[in-house]
Design a protein around this ligand. Structure first.
Ligand SMILES: Cc1ncc(COP(=O)(O)O)c(C=O)c1O
Length: 487
């Protein structure tokens, strides 16, 4: 599949708050294409409505500068002024083959000609059934698929299924709690925030949360003990095992982001941690929920991240890349023993009282099926592994930079952590907005990036080509050097 490469000239978006005169990465502005959105007055109106009335997620609205995308081609987003940006965040971690992929577009159109929506309450579409079969073939060990529309819903479903599973086995069960990890992110509903561990997202809502047992975040860069002789895996596993063993009688499930905690800042777990936790859960009769919304669907180089540690969880959550970033779709894959507990009998029906209006929507499932065909046909998983190595190699010059603390990741989930001082790992003051400023420079140079505080997150589409990976690395290196000086 050929993708257009990013124009070598660098557009200068209006949105950058970085001083353009101080930035060589912003040089070479190209003239804007003719906008589909019409005359200057109409564009100003759009921007005004956006600024005043559209509420953007995780965005400070007082300082928001309208950034309106009109169309996209391949790996590029094109704004209303015709400026092009390489989509290095995969439209928030979900684009797989890029935008406007003809095979997926055609599959959605063909589905649209048949039926746009069929509820899953008591019926389904043939497309949704076909996707179900594909998902179960690609992730052996599961029996049923429960569909929803967003990652948070898929996790919420897993939490409720785990809770109700134990209740169905024994209505008087004490197994009603969950164990999750510090800095975890599982979505923004109250149920998923409760098991989340990112303080700045949780703080205000915490009075609404249910009680959760917390394990330390198995962070390889900032380990629990700075004693370099201590084995990080052993330290974290000992803690997790201790908590699971101590609370086994009251634990319904452990919920974990396998291998990488992406929203925490691409925090990588010591290899073996997932497997150790899975073994401990099995030993103590605790269910394991793998939240693969971010790391699944090929993002870490295998279809399912858990397979890298030979783990089959009891519940597996997929979202984001499942429909290749086209339409809202998420899924919770359910193990045979949990599915069986919900079978019910003639006297007691096995209804799971949960549903989402658009769960398993046929248009979204058609996109997902077409995406799976492309993943196979173009060997996208191998591409993820190759492009991952390439990106890490291309970023290597930054390792010597005094303000680059760490470069890490798995597959195409990679981060560059910027720090005040690399040796001590001391963070910059938040008020300096260093990560934000570096990303603004990169965006001004035509590579759209978003930070998580001072961690620059690189999450390009899984089918990205070598030249665009090179461009991401070059633009990021230039942006870091312009903001923070050379190595
Ligand atoms: C690990 C993980 N779980 C759940 C979610 C929530 O997904 P959604 O935004 O689709 O609700 C995310 C989103 O980033 C995530 O990274």
């Amino acid at each position: 599949m050929t993708k257009p490469s990013v124009s070598q000239s660098s557009p200068v978006p209006r949105r950058s708050s970085v001083d353009a005169s101080a930035s060589t990465v912003q040089e070479g502005a190209e003239s804007a294409d003719q906008s589909h959105c019409g005359a200057a007055g109409a564009l100003e109106h759009l921007r005004e409505v956006d600024r005043r009335h559209l509420w953007h997620a995780f965005t400070p609205m007082r300082t928001y500068v309208p950034f309106i995308i009109e169309r996209a081609e391949g790996f590029e987003l094109i704004d209303v002024d015709g400026r092009r940006y390489l989509d290095a965040e995969s439209s928030l971690w979900c684009s797989v083959h890029g935008h406007g992929e003809p095979h997926i577009d055609a599959a959605i159109r063909a589905q649209l000609d048949r039926v746009a929506h069929v509820t899953l309450l008591g019926m389904t579409s043939d497309t949704t059934v076909r996707l179900t079969e594909q998902l179960l073939q690609r992730a052996p060990g599961f029996e049923r698929v429960f569909y929803s529309s967003d990652g948070a819903c898929a996790v919420e479903v897993a939490l409720k299924l785990a809770f109700e599973y134990w209740h169905r086995i024994d209505p008087g069960t004490a197994k009603r709690k969950f164990l999750s990890f510090d800095a975890a992110y599982h979505g923004d509903t109250i149920g998923t925030l409760s098991v989340g561990g990112i303080d700045r997202f949780n703080r205000v809502f915490s009075p609404l949360f249910y009680d959760v047992i917390r394990g330390p975040c198995p962070d390889s860069y900032r380990p629990l003990s700075e004693d370099s002789t201590a084995d990080a895996l052993e330290l974290y596993l000992t803690q997790a095992r201790g908590l699971i063993a101590a609370h086994a009688g009251e634990l319904a499930a452990v919920v974990i982001e396998p291998l990488v905690q992406c929203a925490a800042g691409i925090v990588t777990h010591p290899p073996g941690f997932l497997q150790g936790v899975a073994e401990c859960c099995r030993e103590h009769g605790v269910l394991l929920i793998a939240d693969e919304i971010a790391v699944g669907c090929g993002r870490t180089g295998t279809w399912i991240a858990c397979s890298q540690e030979n783990v089959t969880p009891d519940l597996l959550c997929l979202g984001k890349g499942l429909s290749a970033g086209y339409l809202p779709l998420a899924a919770t894959l359910v193990s045979p023993r949990i599915a069986e507990a919900f079978e019910g009998t003639d006297e007691t029906p096995g209804v799971f009282c949960h549903g989402h209006t658009f769960g398993g929507n046929p248009l979204a499932c058609a996109a997902a099926l077409a995406s799976l065909e492309l993943i196979d046909r173009n060997d996208v998983l191998e591409n993820v592994r190759e492009r991952s190595r390439q990106l890490l190699d291309a970023l290597a010059p930054l390792r010597a930079h005094p303000h680059v603390g760490d470069i890490r990741g798995r597959g195409l989930a990679i981060a560059v952590e910027l720090v005040e001082e690399a040796n001590s790992k001391r963070r910059f003051a938040a008020s300096r907005r260093v990560g934000q400023r570096v990303c603004e420079r990169a965006t001004a140079a035509g590579v759209w990036l978003r930070p998580l505080q001072d961690i620059v997150v690189l999450m390009p589409p899984l089918a990205i080509d070598a030249s665009n990976i090179e461009r991401i690395a070059q633009v990021l290196i230039a942006s870091v050097e312009e903001e923070l000086g050379s190595a």
